[in-house]
Design a binder for this molecule. Sequence first.
Ligand SMILES: Cc1cc2nc3c(=O)[nH]c(=O)nc-3n(C[C@H](O)[C@H](O)[C@H](O)COP(=O)(O)OP(=O)(O)OC[C@H]3O[C@@H](n4cnc5c(N)ncnc54)[C@H](O)[C@@H]3O)c2cc1C
Length: 390
Amino acid sequence: MTRRPVVVAGGGIAGLSAAIAVARAGREVLVVERDAIPSPEGAGLQLSPNATRHLRDWTVLDHLSASALAPDAVVVRRGRDAGIIARMPVADAQDRWGAPYLVAHRADLLAALLAVASGISHIEIRNARAVVRFDGMETLRVELDDGSSVEAEALIVADGARSHLRQMFESGGETLRHSGRIAWRATIEGTDAPAFARETCSNLWLGAAAHLVHYPLRGGSIVNLVAVIADDNLRGSDGDFWSRESDPWALLARFRDWHADAQDLLRRAGAWRVWPLLQRPMPAALARGSVALAGDAAHPMLPFLAQGAAQAIEDGAALGRAFAGHDGSTAALAAYAQARAGRVARIVAASDRQARVYHLAGPLGAARDLAMRGVGPAGMRRAVDWIYRA
Ligand SMILES: Cc1cc2nc3c(=O)[nH]c(=O)nc-3n(C[C@H](O)[C@H](O)[C@H](O)COP(=O)(O)OP(=O)(O)OC[C@H]3O[C@@H](n4cnc5c(N)ncnc54)[C@H](O)[C@@H]3O)c2cc1C
């Protein structure tokens, strides 16, 4: 490498997106990923047009389109009786929002990002190595867990919601807190799934203090399930049970008043894993000097708008634009921080609001359903224009 590299700590969705975009802006990039191979954890992701636009520009969609699926619509149902509350068409996302609306397995997205990153000669990927610290005023030095260190032009911290490096970035900053909600995730073999769950739609069921999301993946060969339940006993704890395999009896008990179709779907799932839904206020700035935060390390958010990965991808695109527009890394990262802060804060706040609305119970829940029906498909599409068109 001739010029000092931009080091990216973390080879997840944020890290690989940043690596591709920054390399396309002409910089040398070194990605350091703690795991030996991309983690297949996390099951399905809804990828809205604001994310797929960049994936398409980076040619990542060429590697993803065989396994991704384009749903016809997002269908919202009442948990109690399966009545349809609303239906938002998304099959024409390309025409309306300029890029497709897709659902994909997280492992397939990571593999597609990796295929593109591996094909760019000025990206080096170092697996099974963690970034442990960084320092230096004049020259940024990034230390790895094998005792080696790299002189870097800049460091992009993309080590996920449980970011260890963010503590160093903002010493004394806010810590991660449990939101009081848990996501249960599972997949069902397509052949074991009921017919309604195999339709090419993204489905959302709403109930009191709980909701259920399901959609087919990988050409319908599996169905992705996410059930989110509120548990106030956990609010504020550090939620230290990441992706733990769990017995679904507690989940089934929470859904026992739901329509038989929903309960049937939950019972057919194989192994369930639980994910605490974590929150952490955004830092005062997304960049300081030649170090910047991206993805969940910067802005972990509740998944109620399905925007965490999409925002990680947008962060990558913004980093690429910033490095293309500025020769110095400090100026580039300051421009990145300024470009992203407002939008990300707005998306985090909207996700929080959506969390409260989705889990309303009793008369408030009924009022929500009436309001959603009143808004109708056209109104629902208008409501997400500001997210999907960016
Ligand atoms: C239930 C649920 C449903 C979701 N659904 C959606 C959805 O439909 N659509 C959507 O857009 N988003 C969704 N999300 C959010 C999305 O999954 C995350 O926002 C996204 O995966 C964040 O990517 P990331 O790269 O920032 O972090 P991560 O995926 O956590 O990646 C961080 C990487 O850094 C590595 N790492 C950690 N420490 C170090 C270190 N010190 N040195 C080097 N490497 C390190 C890790 O091994 C990992 O590979 C959902 C989240 C949940 C919980």
